[in-house]
Design a protein around this ligand. Structure first.
Ligand code: FES
Length: 170
C-alpha cells in the first residue's frame, strides 16, 4: 500500500514529530541535529499519504555548513553539498538512531540500543559500536521550498534482507 511503501522519487519529506508533524521540511528547519521525517507520496486517487507504515522509511535529515559534508557522502545526492538525508534505522538491529556528541564536542549520530555511532558528515560511516554498514543515504533536492526525494536509498537499508529486494527499487 502507499502508506507502507519505501521513499519514492517525488515524495515530499514531512516532519515526523513535534509541532510541525506532517508539514513539509524546509531548509530553515534543518541543522546539524537530526530532523526526523517521513516521505509523503500519493495514493491511487492522488491524495497525499504519509509513508509511515514501513519503519524503514523513517529519515534523518541534516544541514551542515559549506565544506563539512565530504566523501563517502554522495554530494550529487545532496542539496548544494549542505543538506543530506539518511535512512534512520540502525544497520545493526533496526533501532532509530538519534543525536550524539563526540568527545570533541562535535555532533554525531548515536544509536540508543547498543551505542552504534555514525558520522553524518561522511556518508554516515560507522565510527563506533556494532553496526555493520553506514546508514543509507537518500538522494534529495529542494523544489518549491520543500525537500523532495529523487530516488531510493543509495545503499541497502536495514529491513531489506537481500540486495535483490533493495535493488528492486533503485
Ligand atoms: Fe543500533 Fe544495535 S541497533 S547499535
Amino acid at each position: 500500500t502507499p502508506k507502507k511503501a519505501p521513499p519514492m522519487p517525488g515524495d515530499v519529506l514531512v516532519h515526523a514529530a513535534g509541532e510541525k508533524a506532517g508539514q513539509p521540511v524546509t531548509e530553515a528547519d534543518l541543522s546539524d541535529q537530526v530532523t526526523r521525517a517521513w516521505p509523503m507520496g500519493k495514493d491511487a486517487e492522488g491524495a497525499p499519504v504519509i509513508r509511515d507504515g514501513d519503519p524503514t522509511s523513517i529519515l534523518a535529515i541534516f544541514k551542515f555548513p559549506e565544506g563539512e559534508l565530504k566523501a563517502p557522502t554522495n554530494l550529487d545526492a545532496t542539496v548544494n553539498g549542505q543538506i543530506v538525508a539518511y535512512g534512520d534505522r540502525c544497520t545493526h538491529a533496526g533501532c532509530n538512531v538519534d543525536n550524539g556528541t563526540a568527545p570533541s564536542g562535535k555532533s554525531i549520530m548515536n544509536c540508543p540500543c547498543h551505542s552504534g555511532q555514525y558520522e553524518p558528515r561522511e556518508g554516515c560511516k560507522v565510527i563506533g559500536g556494532p553496526p555493520p554498514a553506514p546508514l543509507p543515504q537518500l538522494p534529495v533536492k529542494i523544489e518549491g521550498g520543500q525537500l523532495v526525494a529523487t530516488g531510493f536509498f543509495l545503499t541497502r537499508p536495514f529491513g531489506y534482507p537481500s540486495d535483490e529486494e533493495w535493488q528492486h527499487y533503485t
